[in-house]
Design a protein around this ligand. Structure first.
Ligand SMILES: Nc1ncnc2c1ncn2[C@@H]1O[C@H](COP(=O)(O)OP(=O)(O)OP(=O)(O)O)[C@@H](O)[C@H]1O
Ligand SMILES: [Mg+2]
Length: 256
């Protein structure tokens, strides 16, 4: 099924932003121990954007990512995907949204330890019911894209941190998601490796049209994004769109 066919089947509203959070709060725990992780977040991301999410530890970045990934639900407020309220979807529709549209790279890699790189990358395809031959083919391709051909049969324990990170990224993009959600994808890497990962993400964004929302602590990595959203104490404190010479030019051209 094509993406737009799937979208119209799921009732996507024409002209809606790809993702939108409206007044989203998140409370963890109860009573005196209650912790307000998000305090009313409004955030809109359009198709094709590359957004960096920054902010101090504990400011709510991962909480927002988990909500966008449908791994957690807002306490109050709404999450819309292509104009459809995610909270009003059935379990099946939400599972479909996760499988068809979303790819994740988690804080930490979340790879299966005793399973080969190839099988780790194939996992999302298994959930999508894709047959074994095609799974192998797509997973090999995704591993090649991240520069890991020849490493298919290695388990994560036989790979370096940077290589494990690449496996996690291959797994996130193998199903060609509309949105890639990455929580500190370069968190454990030295700066050379980190820049390579950022170049990969930039290529996914520019060449494959994948919308990227990426948490990072490092300004050097955030520079690859065109927009930076800063969180503080569970709220968006700033939302900046970079103006680079090339982009201003293209915007002007479009305006004419
Ligand atoms: N499952 C949970 N149960 C209870 N409190 C939680 C849970 N997850 C997060 N929190 C709390 O919510 C707040 C926001 O956490 P979150 O993980 O979103 O921060 P973060 O911005 O991702 O931080 P970091 O940069 O350290 O990853 C923190 O105070 C945290 O302790
Ligand atoms: Mg976090």
């Amino acid at each position: 099924m094509s993406m737009s066919a799937a979208a119209s089947q799921s009732g996507a509203v024409e002209g809606s932003p790809l993702v939108a959070l409206r007044g989203v709060t998140k409370v963890y725990g109860q009573g005196a121990a209650a912790m307000l992780a998000l305090r009313g977040v409004d955030m809109v991301v359009d198709e094709g954007e590359f957004v960096a999410v920054m902010g101090p530890s504990g400011s709510g970045k991962s909480t927002v990512m988990n909500i966008l990934a449908c791994l957690d639900t807002p306490t109050q407020g709404q999450y819309f995907f292509k104009g459809v309220e995610v909270g009003a979807m059935s379990r099946n529709q939400r599972a479909l949204l996760r499988r068809q549209y979303l790819g994740f790279v988690f804080q930490g890699f979340n790879l299966l330890g005793r399973t080969s790189a190839l099988e780790n990358v194939e996992l999302p395809l298994i959930y999508r019911g894709i047959k074994i031959e095609e799974r192998h083919l797509l997973a090999r391709k995704a591993l090649a894209v991240v520069g890991l051909n020849g490493w298919e049969d290695h388990t994560p324990s036989e790979l370096s941190g940077g290589q494990q990170q690449r496996v996690a990224i291959a797994r996130a993009i193998v199903s060609q998601p509309a949105v890639l959600l990455a929580d500190e994808p370069t968190g454990n890497l030295d700066s050379g490796r980190s820049l390579e990962i950022m170049e990969l993400l930039t290529a996914f964004n520019q060449e494959m049209g994948i919308t990227i929302i990426m948490v990072t602590h490092e300004a050097e990595m955030a520079r690859f994004a065109r927009r930076v959203i800063h969180f503080r104490d569970g709220l968006i404190a700033a939302d900046e769109t970079a103006t680079r010479p090339g982009q201003e030019e293209s915007r002007e051209r479009e305006g004419r």
